[in-house]
Design a protein around this ligand. Structure first.
Ligand code: NDP
Length: 453
C-alpha cells in the first residue's frame, strides 16, 4: 500500500469510526487510484479524492408511523447526497433492518463512480431506512413510505436528487413514495425512477440490473472468444436483480442452477427454467414467501438452510462456470472466492453492490478470472433509471426494444471503458482498476473545472 493510501485510510477510519463497509469501499478505490494520482499530481493537490470521500450533504431523520394494531414505531431515515459534480444525485433507497450510516455511505460512494461509468449525467447518492418490510401488510408499508417521504420531499426533486429502489424497495414502495411526493409538492415530475408504466415508468427498468449484469458477463466472455451459451451459472438472491439475471441467462442459452434468500439457497441441477422462474417471481413479488418453497414445488431441487456459524457459503462451492452474486454486500468472503475458483468458476459478474470482501477480490484478481465488479457489472440498473429520467423530461416513452438496445449499448461501452482504463494504467484485464479509474476520471475533470465547492 502506498504511503498516500495508508495516510488517507488512517484519516478515513478516524473520521468515520465504526463504518467498516465504507472503509472497505474507499480502500478498494484508493488502491486502484494510487497509480492515477501519481500520474496526475494536480488531482492530489486539488484533494479530489478527499473531497469525493466526504458527502456533500448527509440527511438523517425520524420516521414515525402507526401499524395496523395502532402501535407506534420509530424508524430512522437517511439520504446521502454524495457528489453532484456531473449531475443530480442519483441512487437507490434501501429498506432493511441492517441499514445504517456506514452501509449507505459505502453505497453512495460506489454510486458516484458507477454513475459516471454509465456515460449519463448523474451524480451519486443513496438512502433508506432500517425499516423491515418483511411481514408488514401493504397498508403498513404504505404508511411507512408516506411518513418517510413526509421528510424526504424537501430534499429531492427531478433536477436535485432522484432516488430509486434497492433492497426492500420495489415497485410497490416506489408507488407509495411517488404518490406522497406528488401530493406534497403538487407536481408530477420524474422525482423517482422505477415507476409503474402508467405513471412515468420506463419499460425494461425492472429488468435492467439483471440483464445488464449478464450483458457485462457476455462482454467479458467475448474477450476470450466465448459465449454464455452452455454455461452453468450460480446466482444468489431471489429479488429483483437475481430474477432478471436468471431470465437473461436463460435467453442467452445458459443454465442458472441456484437462488437464495437470507434463510437459505436452492440448488436445481436441471436449471431454473422460464416456468420455474415464473413461480419464483410470484412467490417473491406477490406472495412474499421464502425460497425454500421452490424445493417443495420442484423435486429436482434441494434446499440448504443458512448456517450462521459457517465460515463459507455452500452455494459458492458448487461446480459452475459463472457466478452472479445478486443478494447483498460481503456475501463472498476469501474462502468462498477460493471455492469458486477451485470449482471452475472463471466469470464473476456482480449484480449486488460490493458482494465480495477485499480478500475475495484479491483471490479473483490473482487467479486472473473474468471478474466484473458491481460498479461496472450492475450499472445497467441506474443507467436505465437515467433513461427513465430522459423519457420523463421529454414526456415520451420509448419502446421495449429501444430501451433494451440502449441498455445493451451502455453495458458494452462500460465494458470498453474498463478495458481501456485498466490497459492505459498498466493493469490489463483488471476490471476493478478499470472501473474505478474510468469512473473517477470523469468526476475528477468535472470537479477541477468547477472550482473548490
Ligand atoms: P431485493 O430486495 O429485490 O432482493 C434482495 C435479495 O437479497 C433477497 O433475496 C434477499 O433475501 C437477499 N438478501 C438481502 N439482504 C440479505 C442479507 N443480509 N443476507 C442474505 N440475503 C440477503 O433487492 P435487489 O434485488 O434490488 O438488490 C440486490 C442487490 O443488488 C443489492 O446489493 C443491491 O444494492 C444491488 N443492486 C440493485 C439494483 C436495482 O436496480 N435493484 C441496482 C444495482 C445494484 P431476503 O428476502 O431473505 O431478505
Amino acid at each position: 500500500m502506498s504511503s498516500y493510501v495508508s495516510d488517507l485510510m488512517a484519516s478515513v477510519k478516524a473520521k468515520n469510526p465504526a463504518e467498516p463497509e465504507f472503509h472497505q469501499a474507499v480502500q478498494e478505490v484508493a488502491d486502484s487510484l494510487s497509480i492515477v494520482l501519481e500520474k496526475h499530481p494536480e488531482y492530489r493537490r486539488a484533494k479530489i479524492l478527499e473531497r469525493i470521500i466526504e458527502p456533500e450533504r448527509l440527511l438523517m431523520f425520524r420516521v414515525p408511523w402507526v401499524d395496523d394494531r395502532g402501535d407506534i414505531h420509530v424508524n430512522r431515515g437517511f439520504r446521502i447526497q454524495m457528489n453532484s459534480a456531473i449531475g443530480p444525485y442519483k441512487g437507490g433507497l434501501r429498506f432493511h433492518p441492517s441499514v445504517n450510516l456506514g452501509i449507505l455511505k459505502f453505497l453512495a460512494f460506489e454510486q458516484v463512480f458507477k454513475n459516471s461509468l454509465t456515460t449519463l449525467p448523474m451524480g451519486g447518492g443513496k438512502g433508506g431506512s432500517d425499516f423491515d418490510p418483511k411481514g408488514k401488510s401493504d397498508n403498513e408499508v404504505m404508511r411507512f413510505c408516506q411518513a418517510f417521504m413526509g421528510e424526504l420531499f424537501r430534499h429531492v426533486g427531478a433536477d436535485t436528487d432522484v432516488p430509486a429502489g434497492d433492497i426492500g424497495v420495489g415497485g410497490r414502495e416506489i408507488g407509495y413514495l411517488f404518490g406522497m411526493y406528488r401530493k406534497l409538492r403538487n407536481e408530477f415530475t420524474g422525482v423517482l425512477t422505477g415507476k409503474g408504466l402508467t405513471w412515468g415508468g420506463s419499460l425494461i427498468r425492472p429488468e435492467a440490473t439483471g440483464y445488464g449484469a449478464v450483458y457485462f458477463a457476455s462482454e467479458m466472455l467475448a474477450t476470450r472468444s466465448q459465449k454464455l451459451e452452455g454455461k452453468t451459472c450460480l446466482v444468489s438472491g431471489s429479488g429483483n436483480v437475481a430474477q432478471y439475471t436468471v431470465e437473461k441467462i436463460n435467453q442467452l442459452g445458459g443454465k442458472a442452477i441456484t437462488l437464495s434468500d437470507s434463510n437459505g439457497f436452492i440448488h436445481d441441477p436441471d436449471g431454473i427454467s422460464a416456468e420455474k422462474l415464473a413461480f419464483v417471481m410470484d412467490l417473491k413479488n406477490n406472495r412474499r414467501g421464502r425460497i425454500a418453497e421452490y424445493a417443495d414445488k420442484y423435486k429436482s431441487a434441494t434446499y440448504t438452510a443458512t448456517d450462521a456459524a459457517a465460515t463459507s457459503n455452500a452455494l459458492w462451492s458448487l461446480k459452475a462456470h459463472c457466478a452472479f452474486p445478486s443478494a447483498t454486500q460481503n456475501e463472498i468472503n476469501g474462502r468462498d472466492a477460493e471455492n469458486l475458483v477451485k470449482n471452475g468458476v472463471y466469470v464473476v459478474a456482480e449484480g449486488a453492490n460490493m458482494p465480495t470482501t477485499l480478500e475475495g477480490v484479491n483471490v479473483f484478481l490473482e487467479a486472473k478470472i473474468l471478474y466484473g465488479p458491481g460498479k461496472a457489472a450492475n450499472a445497467g440498473g441506474v443507467a436505465t433509471s437515467g433513461l427513465e429520467m430522459s423519457q420523463n423530461s421529454m414526456r415520451l416513452s420509448w419502446s421495449r426494444e429501444e430501451v433494451d438496445t440502449r441498455l445493451h449499448d451502455i453495458m458494452r461501452r462500460i465494458h470498453k471503458s474498463c478495458v481501456e482504463a485498466s490497459t492505459a494504467y498498466g493493469t490489463p484485464g483488471n476490471y476493478v482498476n478499470g472501473a474505478n479509474i474510468a469512473g473517477f476520471l470523469k468526476v475528477a475533470q468535472a470537479m477541477m473545472a468547477q472550482g473548490i465547492v
